[in-house]
Design a binder for this molecule. Structure first.
Ligand SMILES: [Zn+2]
Length: 447
């Protein structure tokens, strides 16, 4: 059994922003003590929405009042609202009027709104988590919509995180399952980081790898406990999500936690995808991306890349201008038509670099393949875990067809500068074979 508390202590020692992370059963009442220890003499602005107020906010408010902390509350309504900068500005206006430390009581949205408001006011903040639903609690970026465009704004992670596992376990089951899928996403994302490491474009940061990847399999090993809402299992999931955020703080990059699987979700966010009239959660969208990339890895690992004809591939490697044209064509009707062009321009490698990358793959293939198989779960294994946890098991579960997933894949290859496994396939001239292996006849998502 892994000593999660010791792991968390080691991780916090390396984190740039987060200094305190407490999780356990019935610890909500410790919130005022943690606040006073970390923000002595400060006032508190407790931020919640209708749901999180009921889940924990009201209690936190009364504990703070009882401890004699001068505080105000900022409550958003019960209606569904999202992480839009206008709401963050509302919190900011309150901070102008009542200089204080924000205490975010909530999950992804409330946390991101407070994170941005605190950053813009140059104050640290505290979060009291109400659901193990996302990895963004402890990451140093807020996922916010500004004038209709969703973006990640660099800002500081919370100084203090408190998670009462009884509160987390009472969250809607779908939220916990979404967090589970977001944590499981690190499995194929790690495999893609290994490819970028071999290529030398984004070397693995050993401290960040150790924080997250050494214990990741144990942290997602209990989908039954997640489905049952067992406080201990949900607590371990939350610790995993927090450690992935801290790994990002340590790497100063989202590389440890996100690769191609997240891009499927970003595409759906940017095109305003809904299913049965509702936006789909980050975790569920990422979950479908995760199953897809696991399936790609299955296809990749069937191949023998030690046989690759490097010279023939280099010969076929397109010039930058051709890639830019291709990106413009693919993205021409996308809400951000320049995105593919901008990212491929950053990501493009010349023929000489591609030759070196392919030689590295070719010469190390047998050993590298074994390492990848150790890291990345098969599609079947991941799908089975998702099915037990209550996460999506196919694109249709979030209202996306298999044809759409196939169509999205061309965007995913181009929409971020970061090297992913589809870039390896492009370089090795087996992209179509890889995609056909998943979506073609006999593929797991034949369409
Ligand atoms: Zn995520």
């Amino acid at each position: 059994m892994i000593d999660f508390n010791a792991r968390i202590k080691d991780a916090l020692a390396l984190a740039s922003d987060t200094k305190v992370f407490q999780f356990g059963e019935d610890i909500l009442k410790h919130a005022p003590d943690l606040f006073m220890e970390n923000f002595p003499g400060k006032k508190a602005l407790i931020v919640a929405d209708g749901n999180t107020w009921v889940a924990a906010g009201e209690k936190v408010w009364s504990y703070f009042k009882g401890a004699g902390i001068e505080c105000r509350k900022h409550l958003f309504g019960m209606e569904e609202f999202h992480a839009d900068s206008i709401y963050s500005d509302e919190i900011g206006a309150e901070l102008d009027e009542f200089p204080s430390i924000p205490v975010a009581v909530g999950s992804g949205v409330i946390n991101d709104l407070c994170k941005l408001a605190a950053f813009r006011h140059n104050v640290p903040y505290m979060v009291v988590a109400t659901a193990a639903s996302v990895d963004g609690y402890s990451s140093s970026g807020a996922s916010i919509t500004v004038d209709g465009a969703k973006m990640t704004i660099e800002c500081k992670a919370p100084k203090v995180i408190l998670a009462d596992t009884n509160v987390l376990a009472s969250a809607p089951k779908e939220m916990t399952a979404a967090g589970y899928a977001d944590l499981a996403a690190k499995i194929p994302a790690g495999g893609e980081w290994m490819i970028a490491d071999l290529f030398g474009t984004e070397p693995i940061v050993p401290e960040a790898w150790k924080i997250l990847y050494e214990i990741l399999p144990e942290m997602i090993a209990d989908p039954e406990g997640i489905a049952a809402g067992n406080p201990e299992s949900v607590g371990i999931l939350f610790a995993g999500l927090t450690l992935s955020g801290i790994a990002m703080q340590v790497a100063h990059s989202s590389r440890p936690a996100s690769c191609a699987e997240h891009l499927y979700s970003h595409w759906l966010d940017m095109t305003g995808h809904t299913f049965n009239g509702k936006l789909q959660s980050h975790g569920f969208q990422v979950g479908v991306g995760t199953l897809t990339t696991c399936a790609f890895f299955d296809e990749l690992l069937k191949m023998d890349l030690s046989e690759i004809d490097v010279e023939a591939c280099v010969e076929k490697w397109p010039a930058l201008e051709e890639e830019q044209r291709r990106a413009r064509e693919i993205f021409k009707d996308f809400p951000v038509p320049e995105l593919g062009y901008t990212e491929i321009t950053k990501k493009y490698n010349d023929k000489e670099t591609v030759r070196r990358q392919l030689e590295l793959i070719k010469n190390n293939w047998h050993e590298f393949k074994k390492e990848l198989r150790k890291q990345v779960y098969s599609f079947d294994k991941m799908q089975n875990m998702f099915s037990i946890a209550g996460a999506p098991t196919c694109p249709e579960d979030i209202g996306v067809t298999r044809n759409q997933m196939r169509y999205l894949t061309d965007f995913v290859q181009l929409m971020r500068w970061r090297i992913n496994m589809l870039d390896l396939a492009k370089r090795g001239c087996f992209y179509d074979r890889l995609v056909d292996g998943v979506f073609g006849k006999g593929g797991v998502w034949e369409c």
